[in-house]
Design a protein around this ligand. Structure first.
Ligand code: C2E
Ligand code: MG
Ligand code: MG
Ligand code: MG
Length: 278
């Protein structure tokens, strides 16, 4: 009997692996078709970023993709598929151009707002990406001070020697650099001292722990203070409730982002909600 149960479990397990593998192959093929058809089914949403007085100071561009068969698919699933297949390179360039054209069309109404763009490690390894980026910004006529690049902590920490100069040149153009998912990698706080960055985005896992874990709230306080000393702005991600906002209000954070104050929205809705009101 036990043997039979074990066998059933093994069958179910094998079935799940096969189904998962099939979904991966199918989604990758559908993503490829989307790219070939002029990036159809890709869209960018914009999540507002606020200062501590709850005024909008920027937006983070977040990729969305859906298909007829599976409906909307999470970026946590499709971004890795784009990376594994190399499709992230054309898609990343499309995203960059899209954000710039949105930026230019908003510039009249957005005063000092900045738009953040997430970069994949593969784009950063692509030699031609930085020149492409600087050329595209120049050609678009967008103000570089309205652009922020987001790179993950883990990538930055592991590749500092290679990217430091590229980031320094980028920042010289007026574009700002943010370290994303800070606190989730294995790097020490020392990365803050050496990385040529303007903003540290503290991962939302620290907000989740703030009321229950003294470590998380101490870590948060420490990072915010250290960044203050180093002249780096801080953005806390994933603030979902008033209680969480209250718990961090006394820290000298620069910015916060999260469902409490605003969810990601299509460009036009973002513009209507956050740019035309004042
Ligand atoms: P990320 O860059 O850290 O983006 C923040 C993620 O947290 C977004 O998920 C956002 O919707 C979500 N979020 C924001 N506020 C809250 C909150 O209060 N609570 C919770 N539970 N979640 C919140 P999303 O859009 O699903 O993106 C997930 C990840 O996929 C991003 O993490 C980023 O690493 C990647 N990604 C998304 N768009 C792009 C893109 O255009 N290019 C690249 N390379 N990666 C992207
Ligand atoms: Mg990000
Ligand atoms: Mg983030
Ligand atoms: Mg994150």
């Amino acid at each position: 009997y036990a043997k039979r149960r074990g066998k059933n479990r093994l069958e179910r397990y094998t079935h799940e692996i096969v189904a998962g593998r099939r979904r991966t192959l199918e989604l990758t093929e559908l993503l490829r078709e989307s790219v070939e058809h002029g990036f159809e089914n890709f869209e960018l949403y914009y999540q507002p970023v606020f200062n501590m007085s709850r005024q909008v100071i920027g937006a983070e561009a977040l990729a969305r993709w859906s298909c007829a068969k599976y409906g909307p698919v999470s970026p946590a699933e499709f971004i890795p598929l784009l990376e594994q297949s190399g499709l992230i390179l054309p898609v990343g360039r499309w995203i960059f151009r899209e954000v710039l054209s949105t930026c230019v069309s908003w510039e009249r109404d957005m005063s000092d707002l900045a738009i953040s763009i997430n970069l994949s490690y593969l784009q950063l390894q692509d030699e031609s990406f930085f020149p492409f980026m600087l050329d595209t910004v120049k050609e678009s006529g967008a103000d570089p001070r309205h652009i922020v690049l987001e790179l993950t902590e883990s990538y930055l920490a592991a590749n500092m020697d290679r990217v430091a100069q590229l980031l320094t040149d980028t920042r010289r153009s007026g574009i700002r650099v943010a370290m994303d998912d800070f606190g989730t990698g294995y790097s020490s706080l020392g990365v803050l001292k050496t990385a040529p960055i303007d903003i540290a985005k503290i991962d939302r896992t620290f907000v989740k722990g703030i009321q229950s874990s003294t470590f998380d709230s101490a870590f948060l306080r420490l990072v915010v203070e250290l960044c203050g000393v180093l002249g780096i702005d801080t953005c806390l991600e994933g603030v979902e409730t008033e209680d969480e906002f209250d718990a961090v209000r006394s820290m000298s954070l620069s910015y916060i982002q999260g469902f409490l104050l605003g969810r990601p929205l299509p460009a036009e809705e973002f513009r209507r909600s956050f740019l035309l009101q004042s």
